[in-house]
Ligand binder design. Structure first.
Ligand SMILES: Nc1ncnc2c1ncn2[C@@H]1O[C@H](COP(=O)(O)OP(=O)(O)OP(=O)(O)O)[C@@H](O)[C@H]1O
Ligand SMILES: O=c1[nH]c(=O)c2[nH+]cn([C@@H]3O[C@H](COP(=O)(O)O)[C@@H](O)[C@H]3O)c2[nH]1
Ligand SMILES: NC(=O)CC[C@H](N)C(=O)O
Ligand SMILES: [Mg+2]
Length: 493
């Protein structure tokens, strides 16, 4: 992964192929980033995805403009085969059906086909959804093969990487575990100690297990109760990690500190930064405690950061957009003394689950729904007060309890209840009430980069809504969020 502004002449190696990714700019913007034109002279296969396709078209005739219709989410791709063209033209979709489910996320479009290209795929809204150069292995696709909801996306990437670029498929999870354990041992040294930010979520549990294998008792796991955790979460996690996985875990109650700092704050990015900073302050204090108790130095902090946290939080090596600051990436303190160890930083959730299973972590832990570090604070829209947190927490608990009882937990990738800062009128026991609104969200995804809402049946919804309004004081309405990601995100804030 390199920034799109990378100069090829400065690389000490020659790539076997190049994939130009998507991006937030429009290629025709005055300040839009452009790829080094040397990419097209390398004589290796090139695949442009979305912005990457538009960049190829821009390089071959500048025929890109704003579309009349923006397109976010599901589309049907029709593959056009060219048996009369050079053999390479049809390789990208070889072995696949003529009609494919894909996901789009764009506002711009190719106004016409660049010279010497042919159309290899279309959708109702995008006449140039796939293009290939007649003579060279140069391809562009408007949809995103890298996301969960493009059903054959991996096969398309495989066709490009293996059939066209002739890459070898030698990356395996077993090799990843071995090299990571060795890397951790080399970084930490024979006596170094590490404290671990461990939430009980999949990512940090897997990272903690890896760390335990690498350095044993020199690893000290810390769970921070930030006052915005779910019902009984700290007790349950403590029990599972110490008893089930034999990890030495300390629970630190910092709930007053977090809630105190969140008082009066409503802006989502400010909430996220406060929470991220406070986490680090707690970890630095904990590191000092471990130093005192053990007599040895603690230089490192383990986090279960995944690649999507990085993608959405920071402009990674180039001109990408900050979507939201994940507490563990963009919320770090500038002057922090602890050095980060993040073994999962380039993995996606589905890969971490495979890794967790390989490391022998129990299935119910590996398949827990993700829960964000800023917790209920980004699910209480508006100011985060202990009272508001309690309402959201209770509604969330009911929703998840019913999902589990209906046997839907594994089918759904993530679900939660958010509390909206609006009031609606209701009638309860013949009395007028003027109370708040709960929004339920449940999505299906494997990579958490795109997501679709879960289609519950009416009977289930009626039961959940009835329980929430009856059992949670202060709530008189329940809504269900039916927005896909994109254009929505999974969390409200
Ligand atoms: N309450 C917490 N106490 C300590 N560390 C935390 C806490 N919440 C989050 N973290 C740290 O922040 C990282 C990112 O949080 P994130 O929610 O993405 O991952 P996770 O909790 O490990 O897994 P999941 O995504 O399944 O919830 C965690 O891996 C962990 O290192
Ligand atoms: O640890 C975390 N710290 C954060 O600051 C954070 N923000 C979002 N998420 C989780 O990331 C996934 C994608 O979420 P969004 O679609 O809302 O960006 C979903 O699984 C979210 O729950 C976070 N996790
Ligand atoms: N996902 C993308 O790469 C989007 C490209 C460009 N910003 C568009 O809207 O068309
Ligand atoms: Mg979590």
């Amino acid at each position: 992964m390199l920034p799109c502004t990378q100069k090829l002449s400065q690389l000490s190696w020659k790539p076997k192929g190049v994939i130009l990714s998507g991006g937030p700019y429009s290629v025709y913007d005055a300040d839009a980033p452009h790829v080094d034109p040397a990419v097209f002279e390398l004589d290796v296969p090139v695949l442009g995805v979305c912005y990457g396709l538009q960049e190829i078209a821009w390089n071959h005739g500048k025929n890109v403009s704003a579309g009349e219709r923006k397109e976010y989410g599901h589309a049907v791709l029709n593959v056009t085969r060219h048996t009369d063209a050079a053999p390479h033209v049809d390789v990208l979709f070889s072995g696949l059906d003529a009609s494919l489910e894909v996901w789009m996320s764009h506002g711009d479009k190719l106004a016409s086909l660049p010279p010497n290209f042919v159309t290899i795929a279309t959708t109702a809204n995008a006449p140039f959804a796939g293009i290939a150069h007649k003579d060279r292995k140069l391809y562009g696709i408007q949809f995103h093969p890298e996301v969960t909801h493009t059903a054959k996306g991996k096969a398309i990437i495989e066709n490009f990487a293996v059939k066209l670029c002739q890459c070898r498929q030698n990356w395996t999870m077993e090799r990843f575990v071995d090299t990571e354990i060795e890397r951790i041992r080399a970084v930490v040294g024979p006596t170094g100690q590490v404290i671990g930010a461990v939430s009980g979520g999949v990512d940090s549990t897997v990272a903690a297990k890896l760390m335990k294998e690498a350095i044993g008792d020199r690893f000290h796991a810390i769970l921070v109760d930030n006052g915005v955790m779910r019902l009984n979460e700290c007790e349950i996690v403590h029990e599972t990690l110490t008893k089930g996985l034999n990890i030495n875990l300390t629970v630190v109650d910092a709930s007053e500190e977090f809630l105190g700092k969140l008082k009066g704050v409503t802006d989502p990015e400010v909430k996220r930064k406060i929470i991220g900073n406070t986490f680090i302050e707690v970890f630095q204090r904990e590191a000092e405690r471990v130093v005192k108790e053990s007599g040895g130095a603690v230089d490192f902090l383990l986090q279960g950061t995944l690649y999507p946290d990085v993608i959405e939080s920071i402009s990674f090596k180039g001109p990408s957009a900050t979507i939201k600051t994940h507490h563990n990436v963009g919320g770090l303190l500038e002057n922090m003394k602890l050095k980060l160890i993040e073994p999962l930083r380039e993995l996606f959730k589905d890969e971490v689950r495979v890794l967790g299973t390989n490391l022998g972590i129990p299935e119910d832990l590996v398949w827990r729904h993700p829960f964000p570090g800023p917790g209920i604070a980004i699910r209480v829209i508006g100011e985060v007060t202990p009272e508001q947190v309690a309402i959201a927490r209770k509604a969330d608990h009911i929703f998840i309890e019913e999902i589990k009882a209906a046997g839907l937990y594994r089918e759904i990738s993530q679900a939660y209840a958010a509390l909206l800062p609006v009031k609606a009128v209701g009638v309860m026991g013949d009395k007028r009430v003027h109370d708040q609104v709960i929004a339920l969200r449940a999505v299906q995804t494997t990579d958490y980069m795109t997501a679709d809402w879960y289609d519950f049946d009416g009977k289930f919804m009626r039961k959940v809504a009835g329980r929430i309004v009856n059992e949670v004081d202060g709530v008189c309405r329940v809504l269900y969020d039916v927005t896909q990601k994109p254009p929505g995100t999974i969390e409200f804030q």
